[in-house]
Ligand binder design. Structure first.
Ligand SMILES: [Zn+2]
Ligand SMILES: [Zn+2]
Length: 298
């Protein structure tokens, strides 16, 4: 008797979903969970299309001037669209990003799974976003094509000509010091060394610093007014890298003579000994420019 009474009491408080009529105790936005889920669409049709620039030369993707990837742009725009609709603090997670570039490379399709928590309910939606690829030439490629450079790194050595090995090492250091936006526009081998034409002053400085750190010596900077653009002076900057000169203990070869370096006479040349005759010799700075080190000591 008592049990029946309890049941009646509970029934009195039973609640129903106004949409489907199902009995429920939990309501989400006044609906049962199923009806609430059905009413949610994370992405609207206008959220399923984004555009992006692609460089036809290097294949890089850009949003504005920033280098990016198709997946990153899509994930970002999907996240923003969901937060715009359901609140900036809505937890969103994008997974399973996969893109397919369509023939002609003017469009791409990106597949993804969007997860968001809305009113405490975890919603998962599989989506497809169309990406319009605007084909362009990026700034970097445009500059490369135009032979642009902003600085020259001049690799020389004190009182001598850098060895082929040194120049090869310097070249390698230069390329490995390039940042994403940097490039080498030209290289010129001269009888006194190597000139590397680079895209920016910062890049020239970075290369010079790295060469000196690895091969020794020092570098200095000088700039020349090149022209004006938008009311500003444009400079071209040269970095003069001086690899160390001869060191005592090194053996240099000049013509058919081999000379052991004993003393460096600053700005003038070296004093040394001809290792074949034992004779003391002085070699002038000018003559040293023809010399080759046989046992370089870095
Ligand atoms: Zn319902
Ligand atoms: Zn490019």
């Amino acid at each position: 008797m008592k049990e029946k009474k309890e049941e009646r009491k509970r029934a009195k408080w039973r609640k129903f979903c106004p949409k489907c009529g199902k009995q429920t105790d939990e309501f989400f936005d006044s609906l049962c969970e199923d009806c609430f889920r059905q009413g949610i669409t994370l992405l609207e049709p206008q959220d399923r299309e984004v555009s992006l620039n692609v460089c036809t030369h290097c294949g890089s993707y850009f949003k504005g001037k920033e280098r990016t990837s198709i997946e990153a742009v899509v994930a970002d725009s999907v996240r923003k669209a969901i937060r715009k609709k359901y609140g900036s603090d809505c937890a969103v997670e994008i997974t399973g990003l996969r893109s397919e570039i369509e023939e002609g490379e003017r469009r791409a399709r990106v597949f993804l799974v969007a997860n968001a928590e809305i009113e405490g309910v975890a919603i998962e939606e599989r989506d497809e976003v169309a990406v319009i690829l605007n084909r362009e030439t990026c700034e970097r490629c445009g500059r490369i094509a135009g032979g642009y450079y902003a600085g020259i790194v001049q690799i020389r050595a004190e009182c001598r000509v850098p060895t082929d090995d040194e120049l090869a090492a310097a070249e390698e250091i230069a390329y490995s010091s390039l940042g994403e936006e940097d490039f080498v526009s030209k290289e010129q081998t001269l009888k006194e060394g190597l000139d590397i034409y680079v895209s920016s002053m910062d890049c020239g400085r970075r290369i010079s610093r790295a060469i000196v750190k690895k091969l020794g010596g020092s570098f200095s900077k000088s700039q020349k007014l090149y022209g004006r653009k938008d009311g500003r002076d444009i400079y071209r900057v040269s970095f003069s890298v001086r690899l160390p000169g001869f060191k005592s203990g090194e053996v240099v070869e000049i013509g058919d003579k081999q000379i052991s370096v004993e003393k460096i006479v600053e700005g003038k040349g070296i004093e040394g000994e001809d290792i074949n005759t034992g004779e003391s010799v002085f070699v002038s700075k000018k003559e040293l420019m023809r010399a080759k080190i046989l046992n370089p000591k870095y």
